[in-house]
Unconditional design. Structure first.
Length: 263
């Protein structure tokens, strides 16, 4: 990705989260089970040690990590404001590629729906490796592929066609589709990789509007509200959509490869 493309994405994402803080949390709240409970399970076993929630957004992991030393880091003032209103803290506004954290001071890093978005990703991963103490885990949650699910794929195609939008895009698509390989090339050892498929119900136009608001589409200004007629059409076209997610647990390798290939 060129510098210009990175800056375009960074500007779009800044506007997106300014206009739609907490949207991912609201989408996940409609699923039949809580992905935040799942992604934080390895961290609840950590015991002592600081957990840094990277690109924490509205900090939805915080309720699941109340017994941990935790700090949420995000670059969006609006997302952090939403987290503060919900009583979740402590919070720090900072960029993921320049963390204000001492080297080796962190017990674990949590990155929920963040690695496909953060740029430049090689620098972000270097920062994660730098702040983690030896053996400290990175626990990441990313969108997964639908895989061999023609019904799910057809449902998504119908919903997107009804909304007149393109498939969701990401600055770092390989961090979504091949996260284990990306982490391996960045000096991490993958300890666990698990995929689960959640279901998002489309029971009303309000459900459809929420889903559409959560999709990244640089062709559409984030300030533009969802057309109620479009939301109603989407809700009528499908009753539920599969939402596959992948949880990856990794840790920095004892020795970083001498030739790290950027993803």
């Amino acid at each position: 990705m060129s510098v210009g493309e990175r800056e375009d994405w960074r500007g779009y994402l800044t506007a997106f989260h300014a206009h739609r803080p907490g949207v991912t949390e609201r989408v996940f709240a409609r699923l039949e089970s809580d992905p935040y409970e799942w992604v934080t399970a390895p961290l609840r076993e950590l015991g002592s040690g600081l957990v840094v929630d990277l690109a924490c957004g509205s900090a939805p992991t915080r309720p699941w990590l109340r017994e941990c030393r935790w700090v949420g880091v995000d670059g969006s003032a609006e997302e952090l404001a939403a987290a503060a209103v919900a009583g979740r803290g402590p919070l720090v506004r900072a960029r993921a590629d320049a963390l204000p954290v001492t080297t080796g001071a962190v017990g674990a890093v949590c990155a929920v729906m963040a690695l496909p978005l953060l740029t430049p990703l090689p620098v972000v991963l270097d920062e994660i490796r730098r702040v983690l103490r030896p053996g400290g885990p990175l626990v990441a949650l990313v969108p997964a592929r639908l895989g061999l699910d023609p019904r799910g794929l057809f449902a998504w195609l119908r919903a997107l066609r009804a909304a007149g939008v393109a498939a969701p895009r990401w600055p770092n698509p390989r961090a979504r589709e091949h996260l284990g390989g990306v982490l391996g090339r960045a000096g991490f050892e993958v300890l666990d990789s698990e995929r689960r498929v959640f279901s998002f119900p489309l029971e009303s136009p309000e459900d459809a509007a929420l889903l559409l608001q959560s999709l990244y589409d640089p062709a559409r200004p984030p300030s533009r509200p969802t057309d109620p007629h479009v939301a109603a059409t989407v809700a009528e076209s499908v009753r539920a959509l599969p939402m596959p997610l992948r949880r990856v647990v990794a840790r920095p390798q004892a020795r970083v490869p001498s030739h790290v290939v950027s993803p």
